[in-house]
Design a protein around this ligand. Structure first.
Ligand code: ZN
Length: 270
């Protein structure tokens, strides 16, 4: 059992061979993949993939890059999409002060509105935060203080151990992606080595962030095994133990149903 908690299966690099990509994921023992929305169109696409493939689940949301184009009607449509049985989270949402593709005020507004929606619907959130730790922490701690029970994950975590601990104390999980396998991953390796395994998720963020030794290729869910192996090495445990516990964590956070690996039943709606 292995869960890729963050993938963008709707993106164009997967248009031609998604069936084969998912076949390889099954071969790598992956039981669940979350396909993450970045705007309304990709959220719709994530849902339609989740209807076609039994291992795919969807998250809907506006990425901070796309925050400026989120309108009132979009939030209403998002709320409607969240009632779909295959939607398990709101995301990805958050703040990106590295690329600043939307103005910061628009990012903040979209982040807060989507957090409120998640609280209202009782859904967990998938948070993107880049070069924005101070504002992310203050928004999330304010939100957590008035919405008991509803939590989420800091996806593709890139902060230091102290920041990871602050999010964990607020009730969040920390998701580790491919960069932990890179040569200069010191700070992230420290996080992966030291946080409690029962607060960790793993992800590919594919088609981006291909783990070593496959850098240069398109990333895909099956490659998550390289990230899991690296985490196991860092923690002096087995890849199976990391896979099992992070899968349990993801199942608990997102309310994922049990799935046995069975290629014959892997297609079709459920
Ligand atoms: Zn992403």
């Amino acid at each position: 059992m292995l869960v890729d908690s963050h993938a963008h299966l709707d993106m164009s690099p997967f248009t031609c061979d998604l069936g084969e990509v998912l076949e390889r994921a099954r071969g790598a023992q992956i039981t669940h993949i979350l396909s993450i929305g970045t705007d309304l169109a990709s959220s719709h696409e994530a849902i339609s993939l989740s209807e076609r493939y039994a291992e795919v689940f969807a998250a809907v949301g506006f990425h901070p890059h796309d925050a400026a184009k989120m309108e009132e009607a979009d939030l209403k449509e998002m709320a409607r999409l969240c009632r779909h049985p295959r939607v398990v989270a709101i995301g990805e949402i958050g703040l990106d002060y590295y690329r600043n593709l939307s103005p910061r005020a628009a990012q903040m507004e979209a982040f807060r509105r989507q957090l409120d929606l998640a609280a209202e619907l009782g859904l967990p959130v998938i948070v993107h935060s880049r070069e924005a730790a101070t504002d992310t922490t203050s928004v999330l701690s304010e939100w957590a203080s008035r919405t008991p029970g509803v939590r989420g994950v800091l996806h593709c975590f890139s902060g230091d151990l102290a920041a990871a601990r602050r999010y964990i104390d607020l009730g969040f999980f920390i998701s580790i992606a491919g960069p932990v396998t890179y040569p200069r991953s010191g700070r992230l390796a420290e996080v992966a080595r030291n946080i409690e395994l029962d607060r960790m998720l793993v992800e590919t963020d594919c088609p981006f962030l291909t783990p070593a030794p496959l850098r240069g290729q398109r990333n895909e869910p099956a490659f998550i095994t390289h990230t899991v192996e690296k985490i196991a090495q860092l923690r002096d445990t087995t890849p199976e133990a990391v896979a099992r516990q992070t899968a349990r964590n993801a199942a608990a956070l997102f309310g994922l149903p049990d799935r046995k690996l069975c290629p014959a039943s892997a297609r079709g709606t459920s």
